[in-house]
Design a protein around this ligand. Sequence first.
Ligand SMILES: O=C[C@H](O)[C@H](O)[C@H](O)COP(=O)(O)O
Length: 261
Amino acid sequence: MPAELSPMDKAKFAAARRAVDFIEDGMRVGLGTGSTAAWMVRCLGERVREEGLNIIGVPTSTRTAELARQMGIKVVSLEEAKWLDLTIDGADEFDPELNLIKGGGAALLQEKIVATASDRMIVISDASKEVAHLGAFPLPVEVTPFGWPVTRTLIEEVLSSMDVLGRETTVRMEGDQPLVTDEGNHIIDCHLNKIGNPRQLALALNQIAGVVESGLFIDICDMVIIGDADGRVEVRDINAGTVAHEKIDFAENDNIFGDLK
Ligand SMILES: O=C[C@H](O)[C@H](O)[C@H](O)COP(=O)(O)O
């Protein structure tokens, strides 16, 4: 393992490495986006190379598609795959029911479509993403470019009647322009501090004309794997109601870091 790898990256790696063990030969797998999901793609690439694992991957962003191809993973579109066995992705926050905030990397729309088109979704994370209540992380809402300032006003109106602590919104920028997502939309970040009823908020946001999707993932995630910098992982299965504690041996996975040295 490269000495310069941060404790956070070690934790993300441990969770990612454990998660790819759930991938079996022949599976169609949704590939998430972000720094944690990138570790998962590298770990999966290693299994494909070493074990000849025959899987197809459906990426959730152009970034992930590029990395997956580099790692030797066969990449297809969701239209081609039709349905997926499993999606593995990171998250910005998760609560005790495994409801999520996602979209810190602006990939929430493809991520949500891919995750809901999967039999199971596993979230991989370090411990910092676990919260009692969602909302400290600004909630991303993807909106159409057409009339987006109006949509933003409508979002603020809806927030004024919701059980949230903060109501400020900001437009995600790239340079001096609103950021454009892979699907050609913009992102409004909602600074809510605490969301009292995530399900109600998700439904209310999706009623607004111009809102394409919010970063609230309700009842989509089945399992979370939380890694730490020592290689320990906690595997929490919400459906089975089980919690397992295991350990990843970094030394056994040294070849995965080959391209990073
Ligand atoms: O849009 C990005 C995604 O929802 C990411 O999965 C999320 O932001 C977590 O990313 P990271 O693993 O880099 O913290």
